[in-house]
Design a protein around this ligand. Structure first.
Ligand SMILES: [Zn+2]
Length: 247
């Protein structure tokens, strides 16, 4: 899916791979100390062309990076329009940074580990382990990239709106709702085109990053059960931001 309509790779989810996101994703705060970061992908216009075929279930890193750039561009346009509609000035998230090694990028003096994707509030950037993300992309499909970027982008929007819940799970489920809204609204506006299977990829991908059943909902770092996360995502997807309690 995405700016380019694509046929998503479908495959069994690798539990361990995805579970890593749950425990470590969305760390935030602190000063930025990026080292060896690569230049952000240039924004590119969304265009409904070039089906992505991946009959063998694999995809190229270049294709993945294009999807990340497309997801970022669509998210920026979406949130810029939302802010403008409410008379607020919008500052895009400063950078989206791929990394490969532990400690290559830091957030608040805390080195980011491998197998992770985060929004870092102090530095106002999204960073992701490119190898881990490409593996997830190949397992779940291209729709997962748009969800992941949309979720992290939503954390940046929460900061801009001054939203800071007491419990991690509230912040995370709202980000899922906002990711759903950005995607659903972008599909309705024609900025994104869904391919067959993309909705199911969202459902599988969002459920896959749900917490384990024994994770207390109030624990620091809790994101929500698979059911809670998919409910929040699709509430936003179907009903837009009005469903996301943005106040
Ligand atoms: Zn999050």
């Amino acid at each position: 899916m995405g700016a380019r309509s694509g046929r998503g790779a479908r495959g069994a989810l690798v539990g361990l791979l995805i579970a890593a996101l749950v425990s470590t994703a969305c760390a935030g705060g602190g000063l930025v100390e990026p080292e060896g970061e690569r230049p952000a992908q240039p924004d590119r216009a969304a265009s409904p062309e070039a089906d992505t075929t991946r009959a063998d279930g694999t995809t190229s890193v270049a294709e993945f990076e294009q999807d990340v750039a497309d997801a970022q561009a669509v998210a920026e346009r979406y949130w810029a329009a939302q802010f403008k509609a409410s008379g607020q000035r919008f500052e895009p998230i400063r950078r989206v940074i791929p990394y490969q090694r532990e400690g290559e990028v830091s957030c608040g003096g805390q080195p980011l580990p491998r197998n992770n994707a985060v929004y870092c509030s102090r530095g106002d950037f999204i960073a992701y382990d490119v190898n881990w993300s490409v593996a997830a992309f190949r397992q779940v499909g291209d729709a997962f990239v748009f969800y992941l970027l949309g979720h992290e982008y939503a954390h940046g929007i929460q900061v801009r709106l001054g939203i800071n819940y007491s419990f991690t799970i509230q912040q995370e489920l709202q980000a899922d709702c906002m990711a759903g809204a950005y995607l659903g609204d972008s599909v309705r506006s024609g900025a994104l085109t869904l391919a067959e299977g993309d909705l199911e990829e969202f459902r599988e991908g969002v459920a896959a990053v749900g917490d384990d059943p024994d994770q207390p909902w109030f624990a620091e770092g809790s994101h929500g059960t698979p059911e809670q996360r998919t409910d929040s995502f699709f509430r936003g997807y179907e009903r837009s931001l009005a469903a996301c309690d943005l106040g």
